[in-house]
Write a protein that binds this ligand. Structure first.
Ligand code: GLY
Ligand code: MN
Ligand code: MN
Length: 524
């Protein structure tokens, strides 16, 4: 990676560092990053650097396919909070180490309300400014503006000297006009942001999506304090906004469903890559990493990234629910649980799990456990239709699993007693939930109220996982030896339709016979 400067920082040579802190240097630490700079500063250089560039294209892009859907979502927010200023930050780049950031990924609420996906837009903030009734965007009560850092001209210092935003360093970024054309939003530069957010705070209630951007949290808190706004009431108002934005994502629109189909298709291709990589994984000192890497390559080639860290868990590691160390070996005769999802460039993710026999065929006991989990998944799926309660899906999967565990002689009590609230013995082997909403976040809609999530009635357009499992740890003395060290999860992504449900990930083989035939074909 190109260093912003290769110059040694002599200020912190060991002899100097041995001095007391005060004697070390009067230069503030924050400024010392400049000590590494070898950037030319002469006027001649600046003038030469600013000259002789071909003019930028004046052609503007068309409207993104997401823009009309995003406008509808903003209209829904506007209707919920008339007369109030709504502030939704994209978030700031996150430091990975020193001056190296993680790849930027916007807050999901910002992506939802702008329709912007990959790379957009560090430090940006969406502001919905209240208007007179009906005088806002498309007859709503708000006018929305996207504040962001537009591309700086080639005659600016930022062009060549800013490693976080300069075109010479990170490539071109949109201008105000380009992003306005793509999103249908008004756009403005970040220099106008603080005033736009804090003006008339005493008269205009501000609701902020907190914890997306610490600077924005501080700016709004200070403006409220100056204006004498009650901090507790403001906190409650902000929390209600977070809840509303999360709940707004419970039902997906057509564009979201289309993008999730794309994420699922890439994820299925990634699982095919995993199967092809299994022979190389076997015998590798960290075979699970071979599996993880095979899937990751597909995620980057077809999508933006992984939607979450891949779980590649062989043998007993599969009994660790979120095994993401992936440091284990991949051994013939064992099962490997792979839980992985590609995040599309739109930032929507899939979340799929398959548990595969490393050598291509399930043993009898592996097949028995696998079939029980599959039956639980199928029974749960059969219930999915508008009107079913979300929590019934889990209850149905538990009913099937408790029955199987009883049939194998593993339950110390009857299935009825285990399934009662006071029992729950079967949960020793399946301690997680069966379903969660899926979308921009892998665990989407996490701030929604219980009555709109667990206790909710299903509606067309909801997308969630069904992911039962059984996890028999190697050291579990409550079960016969033959079960120990087997972990199975099967996870699919389910869309509620007008009259039932669609398994979006059904094209990835699920039955033991189909999995075996598919693996044989891919490895053939
Ligand atoms: N991969 C995390 C989950 O399945 O919820
Ligand atoms: Mn999941
Ligand atoms: Mn998963």
């Amino acid at each position: 990676m190109t260093d912003a400067s290769a110059q040694q920082n002599d200020d912190l040579a060991p002899e100097a560092a041995a001095d007391s802190g005060a004697a070390l240097s009067p230069q503030p630490l924050a400024e010392r990053v400049e000590n590494r700079s070898q950037k030319p500063t002469s006027d001649t250089f600046r003038a030469f650097m600013a000259s002789q560039w071909a003019p930028a294209s004046q052609e503007l892009p068309g409207l993104d396919a997401s823009a009309l859907f995003a406008a509808r979502r903003r209209a829904a927010v506007s209707a919920m909070f008339p007369g109030e200023r709504i502030v939704v930050p994209a978030g700031r780049p996150k430091v990975r180490s020193n001056d190296t950031d993680y790849r930027f990924r916007a807050h999901s609420a910002f992506a939802h309300l702008t329709g912007l996906g990959v790379d957009h837009e560090p430090d940006a903030v969406l502001v919905l400014e209240p208007t007179d009734a009906g005088a806002g965007d498309a007859g709503t009560d708000h006018a929305a503006t996207l504040y962001f850092r537009p591309l700086a001209g080639r005659d600016t210092e930022q062009f060549y000297s800013d490693p976080r935003a300069g075109e010479f360093w990170i490539g071109p970024r949109p201008t105000l006009a380009e992003l306005a054309a793509r999103t249908g939003l008004r756009t403005a530069g970040l220099e106008e942001l603080e005033n736009a957010v804090t003006k008339d705070v005493a008269a205009t209630a501000v609701r902020l999506l907190r914890e997306a951007d610490q600077d924005m949290d501080a700016v709004v808190a200070a403006a409220r304090a100056d204006a004498g706004v009650d901090a507790q009431a403001a906190g409650a108002a902000d929390a209600a906004l977070a809840e509303a934005l999360s709940e707004l994502r419970l039902v997906k629109d057509e564009w979201e469903v289309e993008r999730m189909r794309a994420s699922v298709a890439s994820t299925i291709a990634g699982f095919e890559d995993v199967v092809r990589a299994l022979p190389r994984a076997v015998g590798h000192a960290r075979g699970e990493r071979v599996v993880e890497g095979a899937f990751f390559a597909r995620a980057r080639e077809e999508g933006n990234d992984l939607g979450y860290d891949t779980i590649a868990a062989c043998g007993n590691n599969a009994t660790v629910l979120h095994w993401i160390r992936n440091t284990g070996q991949v051994r013939e005769g064992e099962l490997i649980l792979v839980d992985a999802g590609v995040e599309d460039d739109s930032l929507y993710t899939a979340d799929i799990t398959r548990t595969l026999p490393v050598s291509g065929t399930y043993s009898d006991v592996q097949r028995r456990v696998y079939q029980a989990v599959l039956d639980a998944a199928d029974a749960a799926f059969a219930l999915v239709k508008p009107g079913t309660r979300f929590r019934e899906i889990h209850a149905e999967a538990m009913r099937v699993l408790a029955g199987r565990l009883h049939g194998w002689g593993l339950l110390p009590v009857s299935p009825e007693e285990a399934l009662s609230e006071a029992g729950q013995h079967h949960r020793r082997w399946m301690p997680h939930g069966t379903s969660h909403h899926l979308g921009l976040d892998v665990h989407d809609c996490a701030q929604a109220r219980r009555e709109l999530y667990l206790d909710a009635v299903l509606e067309p357009g909801m997308v969630f996982t069904i992911e039962p499992g059984l996890y028999f740890k190697a050291e579990d003395l409550a079960i016969p030896e033959e079960y120990r060290g087997i972990g199975v999860r099967i996870e699919d992504d389910i869309l509620v339709t007008e009259d039932g449900a669609e398994n979006l990930s059904a094209a990835l083989p699920r039955t033991p016979e189909d999995v075996e035939a598919w693996m044989a074909r891919l490895q053939g």
